[in-house]
Design a protein around this ligand. Structure first.
Ligand SMILES: [Zn+2]
Length: 159
């Protein structure tokens, strides 16, 4: 699933606990539950297969745009005062699995550890990228999750 969607769903679920440690854990759980739903990501356009999972230019374009949009939305929420420690912890937990296990700069070192190898096997097996023929469904899933999370946060359901 995209960074932006993980970030904002994690922020939303993080508020359910009211304290940062359990919010962080809930964010990680939300990551894997969201990953389980068939969704659009860079692998929808050019599947990442094989041992090295070499990112193509399209993966970089999607990732850079995604991170810019996610951090931009988060900045707008923070500027509006729509944040709490548990929300930030939930958002951090929700993006952590991809930060350590998916991006090219960190994944090799992480997967070289015993825990990282086992965690990657779980992460990959629990992940459902929608194929290109289902791109509209996959994008729709991201938009619905993002919209619900943003509405929840903006309407202050967590306060
Ligand atoms: Zn993931």
């Amino acid at each position: 699933m995209l960074f932006t969607t993980h970030l904002l769903t994690g922020a939303g679920v993080g508020t359910l606990t009211g304290e940062p440690v359990s919010a962080f854990a809930l964010g990680i759980i939300s990551h894997h539950l969201c990953d389980r739903i068939p969704h659009f990501d860079g692998g929808s356009i050019y599947p990442l297969v094989g041992k090295d999972e070499q990112w193509k230019p399209i993966h970089w374009v999607i990732a850079i745009a995604d991170v810019c949009i996610g951090l931009g939305l988060a900045s707008l929420l923070i500027v509006q005062g729509l944040y709490s420690p548990s929300m930030i912890a939930g958002a951090t937990g929700a993006v952590a699995p991809d930060v350590v296990d998916s991006i090219p700069w960190t994944r090799a070192a992480f997967r070289a550890t015993y825990f990282g190898k086992k965690y990657h096997a779980f992460h990959a097996s629990f992940h459902a990228t929608a194929p290109l023929r289902q791109i509209y469904f996959g994008l729709g899933v991201q938009i619905v999750l993002l919209g619900v999370s943003l509405l929840y946060i903006i309407r202050g359901g967590w306060q």
